[in-house]
Design a protein around this ligand. Sequence first.
Ligand code: VGL
Ligand code: ZN
Length: 209
Amino acid sequence: MQLTDQDVLLVVDVQNDFCPGGRLPVPHGDHVIEVIHRLAVRFAHIILTQDWHPPGHISFASSHPGKQPFESIQTGHSVQVLWPDHCVQGTSGADFPSTLHLPQAELILRKGFRPEIDSYSTFFENDHTTSTGLASYLRDRGFARVFCAGLAYDYCVGFSAVDARRAGFASVILPDACMAIDLNDSVASIEREFSRSGVSVAHSQSLVR
Ligand code: VGL
Ligand code: ZN
């Protein structure tokens, strides 16, 4: 697959809390870093995202007395999985790993900062209506195609790849540059969404400049 200047690499939520030793570790989450470094040299443009929750966020099990992490609740707009407290604004868990070296990234987009709503996708919050501003930014910059990598494959990366299509971009998921949480069939479910919404799948080694 030939890359152009209208392509952007979206590096989703590669943060300490999603890596081993973090509060919501994705199995082998740190393995994506090396793959992303190898990918990054082939892209003219890179954007990073950060899961960025206030203390007491609605997605934290600790905010719901009697609930345990990985149980689900119904909120006004969706079924919400309850997570361990993670990526709290200003904590080291919300930081990028010190081994992630992408100084050329042009934007760091933060999401999930509204106390009452979660945001898996980097385009829309989980009500599928509230915008993060990313689609307008990408359009203004003239990008046509979004390549998605990072953590977690079946949550924030996957939802972002699907919403990139909804927002009118070509969208490519790079599974070898992602790791999954894999909860309640979430991998199979997001892969069904990829085919339904026209997200392409590519191996990061197939990308050339
Ligand atoms: C994520 C669960 C909760 C992710 C963020 O980045 O995939 N998953 N918050
Ligand atoms: Zn989160």
